[in-house]
Ligand binder design. Structure first.
Ligand SMILES: [Zn+2]
Length: 252
């Protein structure tokens, strides 16, 4: 049993909010579909939320989405009982404001990690984000020459003029023959082939299974927080300053 991860396919697929699918299984409290646009939590990006509507027209609230082996489980919100049967055709609809916020944060995180690497040679060990804010943990203590404001300035120079963000699928052998210098801190899982690579024009190339913007111009106003020590890493917090772009659905 496999769920087709329809949100991965192209830059445009990350901007789609409604889809049709067929019910493959109904585990307790959840729905497994043959395809989905709902992003399951992973790689620092929180899961999508939204609704799934079956043949009876009653929307079922999806509170959480997780990957389980080769399938995606859409977990129902409290009080939602599925009036569905295996084989039913359903319509799914994402909470777009939530998803678009995650896309802005995720592309911002790649760009921030790239700017940090470009200026200091330090790689990002871990990144997490959600609810308008995120953090990256950068290996090592911070060189005193960099401050949050010089970093923020360098970051802003990639927002205007905006840089294109592209998705490319590369055979694993091709990626491994020429990986980007910033990537490679966490090895790719053995089954990953081809490799989905996110490119920010002129600054970054990084393997990633998340959902991204098509342009850095959509990140919007952005704040960097003062650096903090987190064990043997430097933690940098970042936040979206403007919420306006959340509801602007960009037509592919
Ligand atoms: Zn990523």
């Amino acid at each position: 049993m496999v769920t087709d991860l329809a949100y991965l396919e192209s830059a445009g697929a990350g901007y789609e909010t409604t889809f049709t699918a067929r019910v493959l299984a109904l585990p307790p409290g959840g729905i497994v579909l043959d395809r989905t646009l709902f992003y399951p939590a992973g790689g620092g990006q929180p899961s999508d939320r939204g609704v799934v509507t079956g043949p009876d027209g009653r929307p079922l609230s999806i509170a959480d989405v997780t990957k389980s082996g080769s399938v995606v489980v859409h977990r129902l919100g409290r009080g939602s009982r599925p009036s569905l049967a295996v084989g039913d055709s359903v319509e799914g609809k994402l909470d777009w404001d939530r998803r678009y916020g995650h896309m802005r944060l995720h592309t911002a995180q790649h760009l921030l990690s790239a700017v940090v690497f470009q200026r200091t040679g330090r790689k990002t060990r871990k990144a997490t984000f959600g609810a308008g804010r995120g953090v990256i943990d950068v290996v090592g203590t911070w060189p005193p020459v960099e401050t949050a404001s010089t970093l923020a300035e360098a970051f802003a120079s990639y927002l205007a003029p905006a840089r294109e963000v592209r998705i490319r699928w590369l055979p694993r052998t091709e990626w491994e023959a020429n990986p980007s210098a910033r990537a490679g801190l966490v090895p790719l899982p053995p089954q990953v082939d081809p490799v989905r690579v996110i490119e920010i024009d002129g600054i970054d190339t990084c393997p990633c299974g998340g959902t991204h913007l098509r342009s850095t111009g959509e990140i919007g106003e952005f704040t960097l927080e003062p650096f903090a020590q987190a064990g043997d890493a430097t933690r940098i917090g970042f936040a979206l300053r403007t919420a306006a772009a959340h509801s602007e659905r960009v037509t592919p």
